[in-house]
Design a protein around this ligand. Structure first.
Ligand code: UDX
Ligand code: UDX
Length: 466
């Protein structure tokens, strides 16, 4: 048992929550800081078993190699959360904070029950001073609640709460962790707060240039994460809103995005019109921001950000209505192939994927749905379990499309760009349709083959007489 309660053991790091954020982030820290012993704990025993096996619980390019290099050396996965808390004085917390489904704030506010439970668990098992770092995305002022819980017992142990939000994007997580645009660490602006903050700066400074590690007060850090995601999502909703106007005016959204994005003040990234954004963060974090604004009586600000989510829902419904109109106002009994179920390419993650909404709507319209995806079929089966209607899952895109009336592209996987569309066309019912929800196909080439092609935000290419 430790006796010197003032000493923080800087060489041991714990992360509570072995998810998409906790697992890859800790693997990178372990790789870059071989003298630190990094332990990742989780309540989910299956998940931990998977992290300790050859089949990691998440798919992420480069993750397998990274974990293979460090696991058992200075990276360990375990279910012993209490022991982990006892033995580590730097504790990252990356448990999930889903949108509340009950009571006040249902459908908007973050559900902080796991977060609070974790804080109490840290308190109960601590026998030395701790630096507790919020990795999860949280409402502003969560650190205050965390501090109040941790300091609720006069036990002589001191807790410093920091905010260090993660900005990695799925599919490029390893690259983002290795070369982040910035690392943000927020703390109380006290001597103790700054000293705790420096212990975390030290870790990242092993591989990240100092000028990219920024420190702020703790509330700015918490808010910056929500705002970053809100701004990114806002760009997508902005271009998606314009895509609807393009479809009415014969403008081409790709050309518009290019012309607009070449203004260096605006920038070219995140201007790809699509069937809508998905992923575990954007919707959840914006709703969280909206809830906070309403809480503080800022109705206009709340409405402004709410509209980003509303446009995203509108874009998805618009996609279905476009399919319906193009296919002679009925989808009943038609077989529709969905290319891609993941919320973006290079991940098996389907959380909030627009494909879930599209598949459910197609089933409601009594269409038969065939789903194809190179990595996300297991999750697709879970997302659509219990749904009434004809549903089929085929990894092979050729098999999936055979006999179908239409293909709807939902995920920008590279494989869909290079398929033999002549072969696919031959094996489909006629007239054959393509609805490209990602604008990734060669539309002119597909049209020449015989398809009726409906991109997002561009004139459709059809063989029908007007
Ligand atoms: C989550 C949040 O969704 C995100 O907002 C935040 O920024 C980071 O944490 P992610 O890692 O993608 O992101 O979530 P998820 O893959 O669900 O992982 C969370 C893990 O925490 C799960 O493995 C879950 O079992 C674990 N957990 C949850 C605990 O260990 N203890 C709990 O009390 C609750
Ligand atoms: C996002 C943020 O990028 C990341 O910084 C944060 O830590 C977590 O949330 P992620 O959700 O993994 O990351 O993926 P991202 O690349 O941001 O894509 C989100 C969604 O937007 C995807 O469905 C993607 O296909 C869509 N998207 C993205 C578009 O529709 N158009 C674009 O131009 C860009």
């Amino acid at each position: 048992m430790k006796t010197n309660r003032d000493v923080v053991n800087k060489k041991n790091i714990l992360c509570i929550g072995a998810g998409y954020v906790g697992g890859p982030t800790m693997a990178m820290i372990a790789a870059k800081c071989p003298d630190y012993r990094v332990t990742v704990v989780d309540i989910n025993t299956q998940r931990i078993a998977a992290w300790n096996s050859a089949n990691l619980p998440i798919y992420e390019p480069g993750l397998d190699e990274l974990v293979r290099t460090v696991r058992g050396r200075n990276l360990f996965f375990s279910t012993d959360i209490d022991g982990g808390i006892r033995d580590n004085d730097i504790i990252f917390v990356s448990v999930n904070t889903p949108t509340k489904t009950f009571g006040a704030g249902a459908g908007m506010a973050a559900d902080l029950q796991y977060w609070e439970k974790t804080a109490r668990q840290i308190l109960e098992n601590s026998i030395s001073n701790k630096v507790v770092i919020e990795k999860s995305t949280l409402p502003v002022k969560t650190a205050l609640a965390m501090e109040r819980i941790l300091n609720s017992q006069p036990n002589g142990i001191s807790f410093d709460v920091l905010s260090n939000p993660e900005f990695l994007a799925e599919g490029s997580a390893i690259h983002d962790l290795e070369n982040p645009d910035r690392i943000l660490i927020g703390s109380r602006e006290t001597e103790r707060g700054r000293s705790a903050r420096n212990s975390i700066v030290e870790i990242y400074a092993r591989w990240i240039p100092r000028d990219r590690i920024i420190t702020t007060n703790i509330w700015s850090s918490e808010l910056s994460k929500l705002v970053s995601n809100a701004f990114l999502a806002q760009r997508i909703s902005s271009i998606n809103a314009i895509s609807a106007l393009c479809e009415k005016t014969e403008a081409d959204v790709t050309e518009v995005a290019r012309a607009v994005g070449m203004d260096s003040r605006i920038g070219a990234k995140f201007l790809n019109a699509s069937v809508g954004f998905g992923g575990s963060c954007f919707k959840k974090d914006i709703l969280n921001l909206v809830y906070l604004c309403r809480f503080y009586g800022l109705e206009e600000v709340a409405d402004y950000w709410d509209s980003v989510v509303n446009i995203n829902a509108y874009q998805q419904e618009r996609f279905i209505m476009n399919m319906m109109t193009a296919m002679f106002n009925t989808l009943a009994g038609k077989r529709i192939c969905i290319f891609g179920f993941a919320f973006k390419a290079n991940t098996g993650d389907t959380r909030e994927s627009p494909a879930i909404f599209i598949a459910k709507r197609l089933l409601e319209e009594h269409a038969e749905v065939v789903i194809s995806d190179p990595k996300a079929l297991d999750n697709a089966r879970i997302d659509l379990s219990g749904r009434a209607g004809v549903l089929d899952y085929r990894e092979d895109p050729y098999e999936a499309a055979a006999g179908c009336h239409a293909i709807a592209v939902m995920t920008e996987w590279d494989i869909y760009r290079t398929l033999d569309y002549e072969r696919i066309y031959r094996e489909m019912a006629k007239p054959a349709f393509i609805f490209d929800g990602r604008n990734i196909l060669d539309h002119a080439a597909c049209f020449r083959i015989g398809f009726n092609v409906y991109p997002i935000g561009k004139p459709s290419l059809t063989h029908f007489e007007s």
